[in-house]
Design a protein around this ligand. Structure first.
Ligand code: KIV
Ligand code: NA
Length: 267
């Protein structure tokens, strides 16, 4: 199998071929998604909510994400693996950003890093890219700044929102990002960004007119039991399947039906 590279992202944009991505936080799902043909896997700091049990991504640290990222990178043969840089690991400046990016690249086997912010993160992106590390940018709704943004609020709304989104998009392209994620942005605004930029755009709740799509796997597979955003389409009902399995197991053990001879060792 030929690995997906950043140049394939650029080719996809130029040839109008959609890119698909999912998050992953472990070796088993990473292997399944990779063999299914997913183009990239993001080891998101959404692991804070989906693995570690936090309410937000803010408590997530580099040390939390390193083993998860290593698990994902070690399980794929084709997909490009993106390591998400957590809150507090790059904002103080380009030196901190590069230090964090080095940790992920040296300790996990990831192929790229992602960080949040447009204009405000451009110098960080420039420094990391200059060191030979591909950067995926992330603009629109940026969960690490949810308290400043006033919660899960759509960004890039008509008017000044669009101007800010475009400024952020151009800033990350100029800084050398190989792709830009747009989260919770009106479809028309995302379309305009996609038309104005040379680099591929990736939608997470940013409509169909982008180069690619990305979803949080636990939402997409119906494993998340809480509220999921409007833009998520559920492709499976894993929570229901696991609930059924747990109840059947409990009932079997209670009834003495498990384990039977078939699932026990002889002599
Ligand atoms: O952490 C994450 O899963 C993300 C995506 C939602 C873009 O950053
Ligand atoms: Na993230």
């Amino acid at each position: 199998v030929k690995r997906v590279r950043t140049r394939h992202f650029q080719n996809a944009k130029e040839q109008g071929i959609p890119i698909t991505g999912l998050t992953s936080y472990d070796a088993l799902t990473a292997g399944i998604f990779d063999r299914a043909g997913i183009d990239f896997l993001l080891v998101g700091d959404s692991a804070g909510n989906n693995v570690l049990g936090y309410d937000t991504t803010l408590p997530v640290t580099i040390d939390h994400l390193i083993p998860l990222t290593r698990a994902v990178a070690g399980a794929v043969q084709r997909a490009l693996v993106v390591a998400d840089m957590p809150f507090g690991s790059y904002e103080t400046g380009p030196d901190e950003a590069l230090h964090t990016a080095f940790r992920f690249m040296k300790e996990t086997g990831a192929h790229a890093v992602k960080l949040e912010g447009g204009v405000r993160s451009a110098e960080q992106i420039r420094r990391v890219v200059a060191a030979g590390i591909p950067v995926m940018a992330h603009i629109g709704f940026t969960p690490q700044s949810e308290h400043q943004l006033g919660g899960h609020v759509i960004q890039g709304r008509a008017g000044s929102g669009v101007e800010q989104l475009l400024a952020d998009a151009h800033a990350v392209e100029d800084a050398g990002a190989f792709a830009v994620v747009m989260e919770m942005v009106p479809a028309e605004a995302a379309k305009r960004v996609t038309e104005e930029l040379r680099i591929p755009t990736i939608s997470v709740g940013a409509g169909p007119h982008t180069t690619g799509q990305l979803l949080v796997w636990t939402d997409w597979a119906g494993l998340t039991t809480g509220r999921i955003p409007k833009f998520v389409k559920k492709y499976a009902e894993l929570a229901e399947i696991l609930d059924g399995a747990a109840k059947a197991y409990i009932a079997d053990v209670a009834a003495g039906a498990y384990p039977d001879a078939e699932h026990s060792y002889d002599g």
